[in-house]
Unconditional design. Structure first.
Length: 216
């Protein structure tokens, strides 16, 4: 992308938002009120992100005075400038190929892969009225929330904005609360089976030794 202004492109805001939201929807298929709340929070994050990416650069506007004094040679109207990690660390070259962008792509891809893998297991378990304990659920109890968090984290590595940086911890907290609610429902439905599963399987962060053992 050239180092030129690229804002006010609301059609790109709409298209990109719809692409990522529909893509995530195809992997999660929300059905319950809880599912819709978690998916809606993710959709709000995506819309806020692309609104600043192609619509109105609120973060650059609010930080223009500080950025202008600290980086006097910086073109504040440049689309590339809002790759803030690239800007703040004074990195050279195209920001789309720096380490933050590469890590961002890996995180986003990994998040969607995790969502897709978790949904396949969860859908089959719900259809058979069983507890999901295979695939990603063999490592963590809430891989679907891990997937959403990985995708959001990836976008923050690529295109951090004040609004999404503020939204991220709020959404993580929301996902943790939804996970606790989900666990109470699973415990009521599956009893000791789920209690044993919860005792041996971490909620969000897999045990490295177990992950290595399963990979062999």
């Amino acid at each position: 992308m050239s180092d030129t202004p690229a804002y006010g492109l609301w059609w790109l805001v709409i298209i990109n938002s719809l692409v990522f939201i529909i893509f995530a929807f195809s992997f999660t298929r929300p059905r319950t009120r809880r599912d819709w709340r978690s998916f809606g929070a993710f959709a709000a994050f995506i819309v806020a992100l692309f609104t600043e990416m192609y619509g109105f650069p609120l973060t650059l506007y609010l930080l223009s005075g500080w950025l202008g004094s600290r980086y006097p040679q910086l073109n504040l109207l440049s689309h590339n400038t809002e790759h803030l990690w690239h800007t703040l660390f004074r990195m050279k070259g195209d920001p789309h190929f720096d380490v933050f962008h590469i890590l961002s792509n890996l995180s986003i891809f990994g998040g969607f892969f995790l969502l897709a893998s978790a949904w396949q297991v969860l859908y089959k378990a719900q259809r058979d009225h069983k507890l999901a304990v295979t695939g990603p659920y063999a490592y963590v109890r809430h891989p679907q929330y891990d997937g959403f968090i990985l995708i959001m984290l990836g976008f923050l590595l690529q295109w951090p904005t004040l609004l999404t940086l503020l939204m991220f911890p709020v959404l993580v907290y929301r996902y943790v609360r939804l996970a606790h609610q989900e666990e109470r429902e699973m415990l009521a439905e599956f009893g000791e089976v789920y209690a044993h599963y919860a005792e041996t399987t971490p909620a969000f962060f897999p045990h490295l030794d177990r992950a290595i053992a399963h990979s062999k």
